[in-house]
Design a protein around this ligand. Structure first.
Ligand code: CA
Ligand code: CA
Length: 395
């Protein structure tokens, strides 16, 4: 436990040692009327005698520290050099102290007899005074909540809807029922909550993070992810993980024009398709096959292409999550957008391209077929139906 303790040097005071009840030894006291609302507490979160108030009056502007000395001489710091104006104060003490001021962790003091020490250092002078008194802790719950098996994967995310590292899975095992909060801090100390304090059981838990906070995507950069667990007694455990957002953005592909020609075709004729698209988002859109120009029939779909034309080989252009294609569908199609073409190349923000291809019309016993197009982000969704056009089939 030694590492938790903050050892303090007892400093020289210009007043004689004082008790809570006497101010003898000082002409004009800096602190007076020091008392506890309860001199025995049981910091265990059961709702009974879990805390006390340390009350004191300050006669001049001063920096106030409050420490607790255990019977073995260990000193635990509760308040450190906090500037205070003259007045009456009450500090709520729940039995916990902060072992390391650089961290947000807290630990409940073990059961035992303690001396509390309220120290005031007047501002602008060397006048200093300390007042001591007794506090007893019984039935302390000193077992802190554990955040075990913490995994944040991946630690660098690229929240841009391409289905690659768009979100991180945060998983951990809580060893004790606690209030858990999860937040992201940036270099400037701004804090973005992914989860406010929530009661969680002693069990494994997880949270998915997609780079947003309160619905807004955070800027690219380095952050610290904090997991914090606070039990009822006042023990606080924190776990920190560096995380990075890189390549975040909103993908958006728009269809500028669609042409289906000619308007009348004999059965078995080839419908020519031209689709103009533009990347109107702020990230590069990745694409895949089949390449523009690939010929289809209405009996085919994007899974009809196999390596070496071997129908037993896996399809070449199955739906790969995150990739962008354009699709064509019609009234009697047997699946959403059976015909899909890639863009030929990845499209940078602002870039345009025109995708062409043909569809041989083999729909039987139909005089008129309506065709339309849409952009597709595989595994994510389809864009709006655009370019709706009725094609007459002549027999
Ligand atoms: Ca209690
Ligand atoms: Ca991504």
């Amino acid at each position: 436990m030694g590492a938790w303790f903050q050892r303090l040097i007892v400093v020289f005071t210009i007043c004689l040692p004082l008790t809570a009840l006497t101010v003898a030894g000082c002409a004009s006291p800096l602190i007076s009327q020091v008392s506890l609302t309860q001199s025995t507490i049981s910091p265990n979160g059961d709702g009974v005698d879990d805390f006390t108030f340390i009350e004191y009056s300050l006669e001049a502007k001063a920096q106030v520290s409050i420490d607790f000395a255990a019977a073995n001489g260990e000193i635990y710091s509760f308040r450190r050099h906090e500037p205070r104006s003259p007045g009456r104060y009450r500090a709520r003490f729940d039995g916990s102290y902060i072992p390391d001021p650089a961290r947000a962790e807290a630990r409940v003091l073990p059961s035992g007899s303690y001396t509390y020490i309220v120290t005031a250092q007047e501002e602008g002078t060397n006048r200093r005074q300390e007042v001591r008194g007794s506090l007893t802790l019984v039935n302390s719950d000193t077992r802190p909540p554990g955040l075990d098996d913490v995994i944040v994967y991946p630690e660098t995310i690229s929240p841009n809807g391409d289905a690659v590292d768009d979100e991180a899975l945060i998983s951990y095992r809580l060893t004790k029922e606690s209030l858990v909060s999860i937040f992201i801090s940036d270099g400037a100390g701004r804090r973005y909550f992914l989860e406010e304090e929530n009661q969680k059981s002693a069990a494994p838990h997880s949270h998915r993070w997609n780079g947003t906070a309160a619905g807004n995507l955070l800027p690219n950069g380095s952050y610290t992810l904090s997991l914090r667990a606070r039990d009822k007694a006042g023990n606080v455990t924190e776990y920190l993980v560096p995380v990075t957002i890189s390549g975040g953005g909103t993908p958006k592909l728009e269809i500028a024009a669609v042409r289906f020609t000619p308007p009348t075709l004999p059965l078995g004729g080839a419908l020519k398709v031209e689709i103009e698209v533009q990347n109107v988002g702020d990230i590069t859109l990745r694409t895949m096959g089949p390449p523009p120009g690939t010929a289809y029939t209405t009996n085919m779909n994007f899974n009809s292409f196999h390596a070496g034309n071997d129908p037993l080989a896996p399809p070449l252009y199955y739906e790969q999550a995150g990739y962008w294609r354009v699709g064509v569908s019609w009234d009697t199609a047997d699946r959403p957008y059976p015909i899909r073409w890639g863009m030929g190349r990845d499209l940078a923000p602002g870039e345009k391209t025109t995708i062409t291809g043909t569809v041989q019309i083999l729909v039987d016993r139909t005089r008129q077929v309506r065709f339309w197009a849409a952009v597709i982000q595989e595994g994510v969704g389809f864009g709006e139906q655009v370019g709706l056009k009725s094609i007459l089939i002549s027999y």
